[in-house]
Design a protein around this ligand. Structure first.
Ligand code: SF4
Length: 76
């Protein structure tokens, strides 16, 4: 890929530490996205190897009915 052709924009601060960064002519580019800044505008970059959205892993489904029962029992 020709990163210096002008089609690719350099990575932004948030990309620092990502394994997908490649260096070409003293600038850093992303191997996956031509415009890393746009990727981060909507939140975390989903291809970032150094930053993972933690909520996705820790979200636990709670049954609202059972939770209500448990809560009312606890009050007694
Ligand atoms: S994959 Fe995402 S975080 Fe990594 S360099 Fe590319 S745009 Fe940046």
């Amino acid at each position: 890929m020709d990163f210096t052709s002008g089609m690719f924009k350099p990575v932004i601060d948030k990309c620092e530490g990502c394994d997908r960064i490649v260096e070409a002519e003293a600038a850093k580019y992303c191997r996956t996205y031509a415009n890393p800044a746009a990727k981060w505008k909507i939140g975390l970059c989903n291809f970032a190897t150094h930053a993972k959205p933690e909520i996705a892993a820790t979200k636990i489904r709670v049954n609202p009915l059972k939770a209500a029962k448990r809560a009312s029992k606890a009050k007694k």
